[in-house]
Write a protein that binds this ligand. Sequence first.
Ligand code: NAD
Length: 359
Amino acid sequence: MAYTVTLVPGDGTGPELTEATRRVLEATGVELTWDVQQAGVDVMESAGTPLPPGTLDSIKRNGVALKGPITTPIGTGFRSVNVALRHELGLYACVRPCKSYAGVRSRYEGVDIVVVRENTEDLYAGIEFESGTDDARAVIEFLNARQPKQISATSGISIKPLSPEGSERIVRYAFDYARANGRRRVSCITKANIMKHTDGLFLAVFREVAKDYPEIEAWETLVDALCMGLVQRPEEFDVLVLPNLYGDIISDLTAGLVGGLGVAPGANIGTGAAVFEATHGSAPKYKGQNKVNPTAMILSGKLMLEHLGERDAARRLEDAVAAVIAEGKSVTYDLKPTRDDPTAVGTSEYADAIIARLG
Ligand code: NAD
C-alpha cells in the first residue's frame, strides 16, 4: 500500500536530518509519497509566518507528518510552530520511547520505557495571572473567599486544569498502545496523594480504564518515587502515562537514561493527525555541516511506520539502526568514544550505512 505523508524539513539541521530519514524510510520498501511543506524561520520572511496555512492543510489532509525540528524565533512576536501545530491539530498525546541500544554510551542497560504524556491540559494549559495585576488580585480574592487557606495578595497564579475526558483519552491511548505493542504494564504517574482533585482525578480515571485491559498490569506510582525508581532500576518500568508537566520532565530523564537527545524519537498523536519528530531541537550551530546524528529522527520514522501499520518494515529498520550503532564504525561523532574521533562519519553517510543493512 502507498502512503502520502507530509514532510516538513524544518530549519537549522532539520533539512539534512529529514533528508537522511526520507532515504532510510524509502529503503525499507514501504511506498511513500512525500508532500513536502515548509515551516520555520527559513520561510518566515517569504510566507509572512513560520507556519504557512498550506502546511497545516497538508497535515490535516494526509493525517500523517514527518517533521524536522523548528527553531522558535525569539522576540519576533511569532508563536512557536511546535505549540501551534499541537494546538491546531489537537495533538493530545506525546509518545516518547526510550530504549537502550548497545553501542550508545549510557550508565544503564536494558531500558525500554515508553512515556505517554498528556499534551493539552495541566499547568501547561497556559492559564496564568501575573503577580500584582488586577486579574491576579481578582482571582486571589475569589479564591480566598471560598476556602480557608489564604493566598498572599501579591502572588502570581498558574492554573492546573485536568478534565475527566482529557484524562480518559490519554489513559486509554496508553493502554491501547500497550496492547498494540505487546507491552505488559502501564504505570500511572501522579502526585494524587497531594493534588486530590486533579492528579487524584487522573488516577481515578486510570483505575476505571484499566478494568478494560485485564491482560495489562496497572501500576500506580507517585512521581517522586518514580524519579528514584528510574535511576535505581529503570529496567522495571514499561509504559508510563502522565499528565503534561510530569510527562515533560520525566521524558527528558528517560532520554538521559538511554544516551540523550540524539537517540530520543517522538510522536505527537491527535484525533485527526499524527506528527512524528525527534525530541531534540534544530541544533542551529551545526546547520549545513552534515554532522549531527539522525538516529532520533530515523527512529521517529520507525514510529511512523508502526502508526501506518507497517510493523515488519519498522522492525527491520530498527534492527538496521541497532546493528550500525552496535558496530560503531559508520556513526556520527556523538556516538564515538570521544567527540573529536576522526573516524566519525556525517549524517548522510550514517544513513547510507543503515540503508546498506536494509538492502
Ligand atoms: P537542541 O536540541 O537543538 O540542542 C541541544 C544540544 O544538543 C546542542 O548542544 C546540540 O548541538 C545537541 N544536539 C541536538 N540534536 C542533536 C543531534 N541530532 N545530534 C547531535 N547533537 C545534537 O536544543 P536547543 O539548542 O535548546 O534548541 C534549538 C532550537 O530548537 C530552539 O529554537 C528551540 O526552541 C528549538 N526546538 C525545537 C523543537 C522541535 O522542533 N520539536 C524541540 C526542541 C527545541
